[in-house]
Design a protein around this ligand. Sequence first.
Ligand code: ADE
Length: 228
Amino acid sequence: MKMRIDVISAVPDSLISPLNTSIIKRAKERNKVEIVVHNLRDYAHDKHKQIDDKPFGGGPGMLLKPEPFFECIEKLLNERKYDHVIYPSPGGKFYDQKMANKFSLAKNILIIAGHYKGIDDRVRQKFATDEISIGRYILTGGEIAAMVIIDSVVRLLPGVLNDSESALNDSLMDGDIIEAPYYTRPAEFNNMKIPEVLLSGHEKKIKEWKEEQSKNLTDKWKKINNLE
Ligand code: ADE
């Protein structure tokens, strides 16, 4: 099955390069996902193609106007059903691996990326099914959050990663687990040696070492992040 992801943005160019690189590029080439970026300005019809305006009630900055979003979203909703209409926003639910797993089961996803100070709230009220924050900080727009969501979802689609890259082994995949560190050749570099056990060829010892490292790193990670 091929997933379709639509993204609406006032700065679509900012998405082009990351969507045509590495694993996402490969996923498109393997026909696992189709990603369509819509330029909000194409849906503005006044002579200046204006997509932003001053906020009612005052305050600094400009807001994205509702009409171009409504026109673009309604057109897309007429064409197909979307499992999720995602609105990235600092006010949303914190994004995590569980949500990525859930989104990866969808057939069609629509992401509404806001820019400038935000979007007229009627767009969110009318269309958003999932309001998502990627962390407790403010970005200049929803595009980078959209990229984070797309990247984390696309790599989970069957046939996107090769076996050796399998998402099943990932940290955080089966709960909050941080993996042991990895090393490659040379075994000694810059006066830094890799842990001896990894050179031992002793499978059981290596497995035990990895489990111990993983447990220690997970405990440390929980502590520095005030979890549990
Ligand atoms: N837009 C601006 N900041 C954001 C954040 N932290 N998460 C999602 N969307 C955003």
